[in-house]
Design a protein around this ligand. Structure first.
Ligand SMILES: *Cc1c(COP(=O)(O)O)cnc(C)c1O
Length: 371
């Protein structure tokens, strides 16, 4: 039996009529860019997230750097994030000309470590950019405390954790802005590229809206800007999917509990850690091989057995070849946990439409390794 890593087409089949209806509405409306469907989705997104403003943009990376730019973060400024996130988090910092300050992650959650942030703050620090890695929120309450103490912006990179929550906070409650990606493989994904920002700050909303559309606020009036818009077809797909995202994440959570139970007690791997009472939405079910030197062998063993397992992310940002390519970066070490995470991680198949039969096959194969 082959077990896939994604269920994109299954998800489409399940709600085909809803998606097709929205796509048809856009196609027959004749408004494909900055049209009514984008407006509708932005309103729905603001309602869903509880934010005052939601803005659709071209992709998740743009969402991050447009936000940094709107905050006035640029050359000479430092932005703190962690070394074991997806590459785009650091990219966004470099795009605006700021210095990426890479710190370590927590031993258990693999999200950014608050004590490491505190150690990295300098006079030049402007913002903290925590990532809700794998679908679990970073400890926003502790991060907010540090930000308040030093007067820093907080931007949440929520590309992997749409509809997640902390024990005592919601996403967006303790930050200045939240950025997300809607590329298909994310929990809430469209059929191509897409991204969004939500915030309660009017100036961030106003500035990003202009920046994403050639600096234009009114016809023929332009200031400095770019082109990074979420098109109406993708907004229509997202509007249909938004109604299902909470239930889909519940399915991921139930599947994660099945993995947890069936894989508990294996000495060769570490299971993902969930902070008590956090809503971890398992964008990825990331295990770690206790002996990192065996990671690639286990990955190959799984793949050879027909299990489409992957790695997220096997090379930490500062370990990329040629890092930092003339960009301004500062490592505040040690980065032991981030490196260990990179060298030992394996993502198992995890998507709402994964069947129990398929999951049982993953479990059977994994349990048979070195048994
Ligand atoms: C996917 C992702 C991004 C970038 O999103 P794109 O839409 O691909 O630009 C940024 N940060 C994290 C953590 C991501 O997982």
């Amino acid at each position: 039996m082959k077990v896939p890593f994604y269920g994109h087409t299954r998800q489409y089949e399940n709600i085909k009529s809803e998606i097709d209806a929205n796509i048809e509405r856009v196609l027959t409306s004749g408004s494909y860019v900055m049209g009514p469907m984008l407006k509708q989705f932005e309103t729905e997104l603001a309602e869903y997230t509880g934010a005052k403003y939601a803005i659709g943009v071209g992709n998740g990376t743009d969402a991050l750097w447009l936000t940094l730019m709107a905050m006035g973060v640029g050359e000479g400024d430092e932005v703190i994030t962690h070394a074991n996130t997806f590459f785009a988090t650091a990219e966004a910092i470099w795009v605006v000309g700021a210095t990426a300050v890479l710190v370590d992650c927590d031993t258990n959650t693999r999200c950014i470590e608050p004590a490491a942030i505190r150690k990295a703050v300098t006079k030049r620090t402007k913002a903290i950019l925590p990532v809700h890695l794998y679908g679990q929120c970073a400890p926003m309450d502790e991060i907010r405390k540090i930000a308040d103490e030093f007067g820093l912006f907080v931007i949440e990179d929520n590309a992997q954790a749409f509809d997640a929550a902390g024990a005592k906070f919601k996403i967006g409650q303790l930050s200045d802005a939240v950025c997300t990606s809607f590329i298909i493989q994310k929990n809430l994904g469209c059929f191509g590229d897409g991204g969004a920002i939500w915030t309660n700050h009017q100036y961030i909303n106003d500035t990003v809206r202009k920046l994403r559309n050639h600096g234009s606020g009114a016809r023929d009036h332009h200031s400095f800007g770019f082109n990074s818009r979420l098109d109406d077809l993708q907004a229509g797909v997202l509007s249909a999917k938004l109604k299902h995202i909470h239930a889909w994440n519940d399915q991921r959570i139930a599947l994660a509990a099945r993995y947890d139970k069936a894989l508990a007690g294996l000495k060769t791997i570490r299971l993902p850690y969930r902070r008590p009472n956090y809503r971890h939405v398992y964008h990825l079910y990331e295990i770690e091989v206790v002996d990192p030197s065996e990671r690639n062998a286990l990955l190959k063993y799984l793949n050879d057995a027909g299990i489409d397992a992957k790695t997220h992310y096997s090379i930490a940002i500062h370990e990329q070849e040629g890092f930092p390519w003339g960009k301004d970066a500062r490592l505040v070490g040690p980065l032991t946990n981030a490196e260990q995470n990179a060298h030992s991680c394996i993502s198992l198949p995890m998507f709402p439409e994964l069947t129990h039969e398929e999951q049982d096959e993953v479990i059977r194969v994994l349990r048979a390794w070195k048994a």
